[in-house]
Design a protein around this ligand. Structure first.
Ligand code: GLA
Length: 336
């Protein structure tokens, strides 16, 4: 953000009493107010009370991540034989777009009744990426409580792209998410090393603590003596979603038994990073003076697989001139 730039806040609301607030700094979703099964409305995402919090601490609360969400090993990749070096901001790796990713830029906003369009032109060379990349995000809210996020981009040079939203959900709002019940429609995940970079393998989830095909609480197996869980301090893994890419289909559900709140995730993306807030350690005091302790929020980052540019067996993240990047993710709220 540059001095003198103004940050605006927008509200999407519907006839169910649901309200979503978004700022054009980082395209950050700052609040999502939804009812529980008794109609009690509460804010189910982590964040800060004021803009200052978002400017000074970066946990990517609610933010748009790009150009490349998640990690690229060593910040390096080759495209047509040319090596590109990206900014490194996660040890020796590139994470969520680099030092000043899409979560830290001002987007040009265009608000309609039930939708907010955000646009950003990422210049050739920004954070080391090739090509001028023109990105548009469309946030909209329906009367069925669907928060729909639509991602579009075009480029003038071959480049790589992987966009996501990094909201941290807590459907209970007052304690950790360990009792939240999670379902993920996936048969495989991408195992990681101890710096959270995929090894390249697609490993079956069968018989492992990664199997969420039937609803399981996050806490049930998170402390299992399992190398993958140890590497990440919990869940911080990309799931290979069933039914491939480019079809908008249901991929995950989160249910919170006390409040009855349900979050259903639909996406056109091939992968989803399930992150159980392992790096939260209480040092960030968020909204309403609440310290965000370990596992206080969970993320369901619909995406292409981490470090794809370095793994030819992963779905491609290359975008070429003349092509249009287009993905949709829906966060649907209900009760039961
Ligand atoms: C993603 C990553 C995590 C962590 C968070 C931000 O979920 O996979 O390892 O970096 O973002 O803290």
């Amino acid at each position: 953000m540059l001095p003198g730039q103004e940050v605006q806040i927008f509200t999407l609301s519907n006839n169910q009493g649901v309200e979503v607030r978004i700022i054009n700094y980082g395209g950050i979703i700052v609040s999502i107010n939804v009812p529980d099964r008794n109609g009690k409305i509460a804010d189910v995402v982590l964040g800060h009370d004021s803009l200052a919090g978002y400017l000074t601490r970066s946990c990517y609360f609610g933010a748009l991540c790009g150009r490349y969400a998640n990690r690229i090993a060593g910040g390096r990749f080759r495209l047509h034989g040319v090596e590109h070096q990206l900014a490194t901001n996660n040890g020796s790796h590139h994470l969520h777009g680099g030092l000043r990713g899409f979560d830290k830029v001002i987007w040009i906003a265009d608000a309609r009744d039930d939708a907010l369009k955000l646009a950003y032109l990422s210049r050739d060379g920004e954070e080391g990426y090739p090509g001028n990349l023109s990105v548009t995000i469309n946030y909209s809210l329906t009367d069925d409580n669907d928060l729909r996020i639509e991602y579009f981009a075009t480029t003038d040079k071959d480049t790589i792209i992987n966009l996501t939203n990094h909201s941290y959900f807590n459907l209970a709002t007052t304690r950790t998410v360990l009792d939240h019940q999670v379902t993920i429609h996936a048969d495989a995940f991408t195992p990681i090393d101890d710096t959270l970079i995929p090894t390249g393998e697609l490993r079956s989830i069968a018989g492992t603590p990664m199997d969420f095909n039937s609803a399981t609480t996050i806490g049930a197996r998170i402390n299992t003596d399992d190398l993958q869980l140890r590497n990440a301090g919990g869940y911080d893994h990309n799931f290979v979603l069933r039914a491939g890419e480019n079809i908008l289909r249901e991929v995950a559900e989160v249910y919170e038994p006390d409040t009855g709140r349900v979050l259903t995730v639909l996406t056109t993306q091939p992968g989803m990073q399930f992150y159980s807030g392992n790096f939260l350690n209480g040092s960030i005091v968020g909204k309403n003076g609440r310290p965000y302790i370990k596992h206080f929020g969970l993320c369901l980052e619909t995406q292409h697989f981490p470090d794809s540019p370095n793994h030819p067996n992963f779905p491609s993240t290359v975008l070429r001139p003349g092509e249009r990047y287009h993905h949709v993710t829906v966060f649907k709220f209900s009760v039961r």
